[in-house]
Write a protein that binds this ligand. Structure first.
Ligand code: PLP
Ligand code: SF4
Length: 444
């Protein structure tokens, strides 16, 4: 068989949905394309409270399903925030199985008990903070968190400990964008010459005003040793209207990119598509505008069960993102944070999907699958573990440059293990012994 006859080669990733899909939501039946295209309309009509879910859907939502969401909201660490764009793209005919609903609107019946080794700050970002809002873990790159709000709140957020305000279950010190507090970060970076690369994340750069984008951009670019800045935003994926209609914000980003270029420095955008269902003609139009300004965009996805943990979906996501001139950069193993056990996959699943994706498109458009090591070892290629006890779901890792000599572990979700392994995990002593054994096998 030649590639030409291969029925697996689908061109479906070139079809960009362009229907009036929001009109299927009872409350938005008569919303025109012009209104829906307006970023202010999107912001104003974002779903912020569980009652709104019922209000906009009317009799399109089953009472039992609605109560399932209400029950989840008592226990999950993230609040609700969903743009009408994403809300209308959810499959309300089959909400239990919808990959978009799973990402932004948890239901109690799908939640699972957290893994015994989960942590609110699983990546130990706070431990590696020399000044507030800045994680400095790697020698030449840093992670700057100027805000802790986002245009949507994701169930799988790795920073649920700070993002999006307190919930019934979790008390948080969410902070908004406060320009005055950023100066300590710029000062630290000025006196830390080994840093060349700043990830401006959060939170989401979409929530920074035009003036704040300029302030951050100019202050970072004027530090001589800073060579690269990435603005991280999920916005293009969940709210493309802002790129298309918020000219103030868009021009601020373009100006910072241009200023960088004048200094011979790179300013790029990192975005976050996790499901092909998030992609429509609007995404393509937003990307066309960004691309026409010569701005590089890369994508970071999170591997999530029932969202993108099958080869077909991941291949489609990869090729469709590439088709829009976004470079697929990373696919992350799900972090071991609270409220997410139902979304996690095993490491083996991550490896298998990476194997299948490689070869389906250009190499530079093929994402690297990584595991960001619990405890702060940093990002490692999914296949680069020292030892993997697949039966008990324990992988052992090192991070030779970031934390030399230290040993790190990542754990598969227990519900995916065989029954006898699940039993072993239920006993704290046995579980410690299994971990010790795996570390020993890895040479520790
Ligand atoms: C992810 C991350 C970075 C950037 O890492 P890349 O692999 O270059 O994308 C920088 N600092 C921290 C703390 C991070 O978690
Ligand atoms: S957009 Fe990013 S930071 Fe914000 S809730 Fe989602 S994953 Fe967390």
């Amino acid at each position: 068989m030649t590639i030409k006859d291969n029925k697996l080669i689908s061109l479906e990733h070139r079809n960009f949905r362009n229907d009036d899909f929001w009109k299927e939501i009872p409350a938005w039946e008569s919303v025109t394309r012009g209104e829906f295209a307006d970023q202010l309309w999107q912001q104003k009509n974002s779903i912020r409270k569980v009652e709104q879910v019922k209000k906009v859907l009317g009799d399109r939502i089953d009472e039992s399903f609605y109560l399932d969401i209400v029950a989840a909201m008592h226990v999950v660490p993230m609040n609700i925030r969903i743009t009408p764009y994403i809300f209308a793209l959810m499959n309300w005919k089959d909400p239990y199985n919808c990959p978009l609903r799973k990402q932004f609107l948890p239901v109690k019946s799908q939640l699972l008990e957290d893994h015994p080794f989960h942590e609110a700050d699983s990546l130990h970002e706070d431990a590696d903070m020399p000044v507030p809002m800045l994680t400095h873990r790697y020698p030449d790159k840093v992670l700057f968190l100027p805000t802790t709000i986002c245009p949507v709140y994701c169930s799988y957020c790795t920073r649920s400990r700070i993002i999006g305000g307190s919930t019934e279950a979790v008390e948080k010190e969410t902070y908004g964008a406060n320009q005055k507090k950023w100066d300590a970060v710029f000062e630290y970076l000025t006196r830390t010459p080994q840093v060349e690369d700043v990830v401006v994340s959060g939170g989401d750069a979409y929530m920074l005003t035009a003036a704040q984008i300029r302030y951050i951009g100019e202050n970072l670019l004027k530090i001589p040793h800073i060579r690269r800045i990435r603005l991280a935003t999920k916005g293009i994926a969940i709210f493309p209207m802002k790129v298309l209609t918020d000219d103030d914000w868009f021009n601020a980003v373009c100006d910072v990119v241009k200023l960088g270029r004048a200094f011979g420095k790179q300013v790029v955008i990192h975005t976050h598509f996790s499901s092909p269902n998030e992609i429509t003609k609007w995404s393509q139009m937003a990307m066309d505008r960004i691309f026409s300004e010569g701005i590089i965009v890369r994508n970071q996805a999170v591997l999530q069960a029932g969202v993108n943990d099958d080869v077909e979906t991941m291949v489609k996501l990869t090729r469709q993102v590439g088709y829009m001139n976004i470079q697929p950069y990373y696919v992350y193993m799900h972090d071991m944070v609270p409220g997410c056990e139902h979304l996690r996959t095993t490491l083996r699943e991550g490896e298998e999907i990476e194997k299948a994706v490689r070869g389906t498109t250009a190499g530079f458009n093929t994402p690297t699958f990584v595991c960001d090591l619990p405890g702060g070892g940093g990002k490692r290629n999914v296949s680069s573990y020292e030892y993997y006890d697949e039966e008990n779901g324990i992988s052992v890792w090192t991070a030779p440059y970031v934390k030399p000599g230290q040993c790190f572990t990542y754990y598969d979700p227990i519900h995916k293990l065989k029954e006898d392994a699940r039993k072993r995990w239920s006993d704290p002593k046995t579980r410690e012994a299994m971990v010790a054994e795996a570390k020993k096998k890895a040479g520790f």
